[in-house]
Design a binder for this molecule. Structure first.
Ligand SMILES: *Cc1c(COP(=O)(O)O)cnc(C)c1O
Length: 397
């Protein structure tokens, strides 16, 4: 048989073929070219607390973390993560066997999937899903089974019957994200209790992405899935310093869970980055020990930003879904006489001088996500006011 040449065969392998380019690159390029206000990608345009930045500088100067840190992460950070889980949620984890430091939540997600998913296993993810989930499942050789969150009563909701029906004999894992990007939904205690019951009944592993755990608004409450009966030994909990402390470039994340789960994730993680972010691990340890007043002020600040952007979008004529958590507002563009989020977002920089992301990119069922568009509000207030004004001008006559 003739050997396949590169002419016969695409370079990017079959597992990753569908992930060639992301919409974020296209939209950021559009923002640059048109001078539009970029509310596409979710990163803050101001840095986090000065004392946390100084802690990183001190670590770097003192020669802490400039060489390979320990594989599981520096003890100071593992202890700080365990103390945080205890203080916020009453969950106790042994810093030595039940905490693992990763290169951001992104590596924690990838390592969890690579460690726990066998080729052919089905992984259920809430749709719309964060873009790295689909790629992580694909790299692990798993099959993604999306369960769609649908709008009802002003927020996106999980249909528990649909979730139950999605479980098959091949389901290995539920991949949960709360607070949820891009919809801004925070799963309620009741919803999480039902998810936990299902996981126990069907003996499923659960991986939960809680990077927005400190960004919950109004009367919403973040409850870690690991805190429900029967869940501690089957749940890998993931979070990171990026969103909570506004240092998304530092890439310090962590995993907490039962020793066997953390050991499994570590097996994959050690051959991805092995270790990362040495000096920033010291800074993240100090950040996690900040007083409650930091977390409260951060939340209040982001809540005010949400309100500026949501009000601007509503004035411009969008239907605005209630954001109970995260950096994002999801809108419905149909009241503007539009229905295709992709076309809308491609035209928006020219039309209004604003960049947003079509939620359809976070869906397998693209038509289910077609009319929704996501705007990020983790930006300076004057930037949000400017964007709101541009949208009002473009859409109201
Ligand atoms: C930003 C984000 C991540 C990635 O976190 P890092 O710590 O930067 O790797 C993971 N999950 C969700 C839902 C996010 O929004």
């Amino acid at each position: 048989m003739a050997r396949m040449t590169s002419a016969d065969r695409p370079l990017l392998n079959r597992r990753l073929a569908e992930f060639g380019t992301t919409v974020f690159a296209e939209m950021s390029a559009l923002a640059l070219r048109t001078g539009a206000v970029n509310l596409g990608q979710g990163f803050p345009d101001t840095d986090g607390p000065e004392e946390v930045r100084e802690a990183a500088v001190r670590a770097l100067r003192d020669g802490r973390g400039n060489q390979y840190p320990p594989g599981p992460g520096i003890p100071e950070l593992r202890t700080a993560v365990a103390a945080h889980q205890e203080r916020r949620y009453g969950l106790s984890f042994d810093p030595d066997t039940e905490v693992l430091v990763t290169a951001g939540a992104t590596e924690a997600i990838a390592a969890s999937l690579l460690a726990l998913v066998e080729p052919g296993d089905e992984v259920i993810a809430l749709e719309p899903y964060y873009d790295s989930y689909a790629a992580g499942i694909a790299m692990a050789g798993g099959t993604r089974v999306p369960v769609t969150l649908r709008p009802a009563g002003g927020r996106f909701r999980l249909d528990l019957d649909e979730l139950r029906d999605a479980v098959t004999d091949r389901t290995r894992l539920l991949l949960i994200n709360t607070p949820h990007n891009p919809t801004g939904t925070v799963l309620t205690r009741e919803e999480l209790a039902s998810i936990a019951e299902l996981a126990v009944e069907r003996d499923l592993l659960v991986v939960t992405d809680e990077v927005y755990e400190h960004l919950v608004f109004d009367d919403a409450e973040h409850v870690p899935p690991a805190s429900f009966p029967g869940m501690r030994d089957r749940t890998v909990t993931i979070s990171s310093a990026g969103k909570t402390f506004s240092f998304t470039g530092w890439k310090v994340g962590w995993v907490t869970g039962a020793p066997a789960l953390v050991a499994a994730v570590r097996s994959a993680k050690q051959y991805l980055t092995y270790v990362a972010s040495g000096p920033f691990q010291y800074a993240a340890a100090e950040a996690l020990a900040l007083p409650d007043s930091y977390f409260e002020a951060f939340r209040a600040d982001m809540l005010a930003k949400r309100d500026v952007l949501a009000a601007g979008l509503a004035d411009a004529g969008f239907e605005v879904f209630r954001t109970a958590g995260t950096y994002f507002v999801t809108t419905d563009i149909r009241p503007l006489g539009e229905s295709d989020g992709f076309a809308f977002c491609r035209a928006l920089p020219e039309r209004a001088g604003v960049v947003a992301i079509p939620n359809a990119v976070f869906y397998d069922h693209r038509e289910a996500g077609a009319p929704y568009v996501r705007f990020a509000f983790c930006k300076r207030t004057e930037v949000l006011t400017d964007a709101a004004e541009r949208l009002r001008r473009a859409f109201t006559h």
